[in-house]
Every structure is written in structure tokens, then in C-alpha cells.
Design a protein around this ligand. Structure first.
Ligand code: SF4
Length: 320
């Protein structure tokens, strides 16, 4: 058996930044550090940080006044920022800059009087945060059928934005439906679907054709990981989205000569390596790294955290 390892795979620049942010915040403040929602949508990452004294919350009421609070990579609405201010929380914004870009586009279009159609998945943390920028002027659609049902006050003053982690192919279908229904629809100059999502999807699209089975490392609530498994599935290749090696079933590999392994943007590389080890030990697999695209993207830590770290004080002791 041969393992094809997809490149790029795993952590993106936004996830790297958010994770480093939380590590540095834990070093600086000591525990507990609170995080609004999961820092990234990955079970392993969340479990590891929970063990180090991170408390993940779904409401700010769970955070004691004055405590350090990180916003996750998926971003938050202005309402949450306001609430955090009211509770005197030490907020550090670990939102991925590519999510912030979509927020800024929403603010701009809302100011200019557009109705904004957001293409995204209902209930996703990123979608909730983005919709919060202009709740009265934004509507959410997921499919071309949703577009058909849209009734908007001024069909000539409409813009669309997208969630950063959509399937490029699915988004294009919805965008085509929007353009057909609203010929004057405006859109941002650059794609909202981020580089990491596009590159990981491109790699799977290109490499899955050479595989009998595809393993995608990632959590069920990770949007970009789910899309990778769906692409392989749509090509007629059995695909399995798993958090880690413990979910592997040996029956998946019966008769398989080539297994493609990839990982969503929030899945750590060590969980990939555990799966590689499993296939080497149980199936005598050999490894081929397959490079579809280079990535050299890096995001700096948020300024609020850099300023705290530059001050060099150690409030860990102060808080004891
Ligand atoms: S998947 Fe894209 S938008 Fe999401 S954190 Fe990574 S780089 Fe940012």
C-alpha cells in the first residue's frame, strides 16, 4: 500500500496565529484564560488547551469580570465586543485576518446602503459573527434554491459575501444563481474563500483521483475539513473524516492500493502522523509526499497581545 500525503494540508496561517495567541496568553496570564467558542474547530486542539487551563465558553456571562478573554479564529459580532467591554474583560482578538476582511466588507456595503447576501452555513461561528456586523441588512443563503426564494427591497442594490471555508464549487453555483437573479450584484474585489481553503481543496481534487480511499483529519464541526471529505466523495472515492487514529477501521483499506491523507486547516500534524504510523504498521504502507501548491502565509499576533507582551510584566503573580 502507498500513502499519498497531500500538500498543503493541516494548519493554516490563521489557525497558527490563533493557537500561538492562546499559548502566549496562557504563559502571560496563567490559567484560567477564557476563550469565546472553540479557539479553532478541532477536538484535539480544544482538549489539549482545556488541560492547560483554558476555559471555553459559549456566553460571556460565564467569564468572571476582569478576566482575560480570547475571541476565536472565527471572529465575533460587535455585540459580543460591546458586552466584553461592559464586563471589563481583557479581550484579545485572535480572529483570523481573512475573516476580519469579510467583516470589513460587510461594514462597507452596509454603510453604502446595500442589502448583503452572505453565502454560508447557518449556525457556524464565523457566519454568526459576520452577520452581526449589519444584522438588519444581511441575509444568509446556503444554496441556489435559497437564492430563488429571496425577496429583496431593492434588487439593484445588492452585494454578496461568502464564508471563508466554503466549497469553491458549491459557492460558484450559488454565485451564478445570484448573478442570474440580481444582474447588478456587487462583490468584493478579492475572493472571500480563503487561500488555505482553496489550496486544500485543490490538492484533494487533484490527488484523490489517484487514490482508492481518502482520509481527512479534522473534526465534524470543521467546515473546511468537511468540504475536503465531500470533494473526494463527489469524485466517487470513499472518504472518511476522522479526528484521529482511534476512529480508523481496518475494513476501510481492504483491497486499497493507495490511500490519500489530508487534513483540514485546524487539524494538527501529529494526528496525521499517527494515522501514517498506523498504516505503516498494519499495512506496510510506503509514503509519497505530493505537493500541489506552496504556502508561505504568516499572520502576526494581534497588536493588543503584542503590546501586553512588550510590557513584559507578569500579571500571573498579580492575579494569585
Ligand atoms: S481557514 Fe482561512 S479564514 Fe479560516 S483561519 Fe485559516 S486562513 Fe483564516
Amino acid at each position: 500500500m502507498k500513502i499519498l500525503l497531500a500538500n498543503p494540508r493541516g494548519f493554516c496561517a490563521g489557525v497558527n496565529m490563533a493557537i500561538e495567541c492562546l499559548e502566549r496568553a496562557l504563559d502571560y496570564f496563567g490559567s484560567p484564560v477564557y476563550v469565546y467558542h472553540e479557539i479553532v474547530h478541532n477536538k484535539y486542539v480544544v482538549d489539549r488547551f482545556s488541560k492547560r487551563g483554558t476555559v471555553f465558553v459559549e456566553t460571556l456571562a460565564e467569564v468572571p469580570e476582569g478576566s482575560p478573554l480570547l475571541y476565536s479564529a472565527h471572529g465575533v459580532s460587535p455585540e459580543i465586543r460591546q458586552e466584553a467591554k461592559g464586563r471589563r474583560l481583557l479581550a484579545i482578538d485572535a480572529t483570523c485576518p481573512l475573516v476580519t476582511k469579510v467583516h470589513l466588507e460587510a461594514i462597507k456595503y452596509a454603510r453604502e446602503g446595500y442589502t448583503i447576501i452572505l453565502i454560508g452555513h447557518e449556525g457556524h461561528d464565523e457566519v454568526i459573527g459576520t452577520m452581526g456586523e449589519a444584522p438588519d441588512q444581511m441575509v444568509l443563503v446556503e444554496t441556489a434554491e435559497d437564492v430563488e426564494k429571496l425577496e429583496l427591497p431593492d434588487p439593484d442594490k445588492v452585494a454578496y459575501l461568502t464564508q471563508t471555508t466554503l466549497s469553491v464549487d458549491d459557492a460558484n453555483i450559488v454565485i451564478a444563481a445570484l448573478r442570474a437573479k440580481f444582474p447588478k450584484i456587487a462583490n468584493p474585489p478579492k475572493d472571500d474563500i480563503c487561500y488555505a481553503t482553496q489550496n486544500r481543496q485543490e490538492a484533494v481534487r487533484e490527488l484523490a483521483a489517484r487514490a482508492d480511499v481518502v482520509l481527512v483529519l479534522g473534526s465534524q464541526n470543521s467546515s473546511n475539513s468537511r468540504r475536503l471529505a465531500e470533494i473526494a466523495h463527489s469524485m466517487g472515492i470513499p472518504s472518511h473524516l476522522i479526528d484521529g487514529v482511534s476512529e480508523i477501521q481496518s475494513s476501510w483499506f481492504e483491497g486499497a492500493e493507495t490511500v490519500l491523507i489530508t487534513a483540514g486547516a485546524s487539524a494538527p500534524e501529529d494526528v496525521v502522523q499517527e494515522c501514517v504510523d498506523y498504516l505503516q504498521n498494519h499495512c506496510g504502507a510506503t509514503i509519497e509526499e505530493s505537493f500541489v501548491r506552496e504556502e508561505n502565509v504568516h499572520f502576526p499576533l494581534p497588536r493588543s497581545l503584542r503590546e501586553l507582551l512588550d510590557q513584559g510584566a507578569a500579571p500571573v503573580a498579580d492575579r494569585a
